[in-house]
Design a protein around this ligand. Structure first.
Ligand code: PGA
Length: 249
């Protein structure tokens, strides 16, 4: 029986980013060929800035590392400013020595999403599987773009985004552009196969989802609740995001 997720609650978002970045550097420094699973969104921005800083000061190198992002919007070309390809280039890849050939994201333009899902799963397997999966959590409990109702045995595939997710992500899109309705995401089974998981959450908008994930029932309604099945999960959050946990526990 696994002891359950290790929970680290810190005062504020900056401390969460410090802690999460130090955690990642602490894994990558002794294992330079680590395979990272990477998230996008608001929460990881500070983490990526700190990883870039750690590279600049010579604390860590990404030269032998590989990365697999969780997801990408369907229909967005990699140079679209709201694509996750663009996000990763702008937030991390351009600042560190990672080999672009070893950075992977689902292809949002693939004409056959089923084949693209298979290709992505095969690439992860060929890299030896994900060593450290870094995750955010949606206000609705999603992990990656696995929205409520996603099967726990799901694999990389096309999914329809909920209105809540599209609304939350609207701020990243140029004025007047609509957020895509569909995305390609790693599945829940794909995420659970990572050897270790680090989930980060900040702010009051995540309090309910985090409480449901940690202290509610394991249910498809809160995809993150499945993480309690995994033997090596660390959750780093601020007090605002942790606010609901004690109430539920
Ligand atoms: P956020 O997204 O970091 O932009 O809040 C997290 C998520 O939806 O997984």
């Amino acid at each position: 029986m696994s002891p359950g997720p290790r929970l680290v609650v810190l005062d504020e978002a900056d401390a969460v980013a410090d802690h999460a970045a130090a955690h990642i550097v602490g894994k990558l420094a002794p294992k330079p060929d680590l395979v990272l699973g990477l998230p996008t969104g608001e929460t990881p921005r500070g983490i990526y800035a700190r990883l870039a800083g750690a590279y600049r000061t010579g604390e860590v190198s990404f030269a032998r590392a590989s990365s697999f992002n969780l997801d990408e919007y369907q229909g967005l070309p990699p140079d679209h400013p709201a694509s996750y390809h663009a996000y990763m280039r702008e937030m991390l890849f351009r600042y560190v020595d990672i080999d672009p050939a070893r950075t992977h994201l689902p292809d949002g333009l693939a004409s056959d999403a089923t084949a693209e899902g298979r290709r992505y799963e095969k690439a992860i397997a060929e890299a030896g599987g994900i060593g450290l999966m870094v995750l955010g959590i949606g206000g609705n409990g999603h992990i990656g773009f696995n929205e409520p109702g996603s099967p726990f045995d799901s694999r990389t595939r096309a999914v329809r985004l909920t209105e809540a997710t599209r609304e939350a992500n609207r701020r990243s899109f140029p004025e007047g552009e609509t957020v895509p309705e569909f995305a390609i995401t790693m599945g829940i089974a794909t995420i659970l196969e990572a050897r270790e998981i680090l989930l980060v959450a900040t702010g009051p908008a995540k309090a309910e989802a985090l409480a449901a994930a940690l202290a509610g029932p394991e249910t498809l309604r809160c995809p993150a609740s499945v993480l309690r099945r995994h033997p090596a999960v660390t959750i780093v959050c601020d007090t605002a995001a942790a606010a609901g946990i004690r109430l539920r526990a």
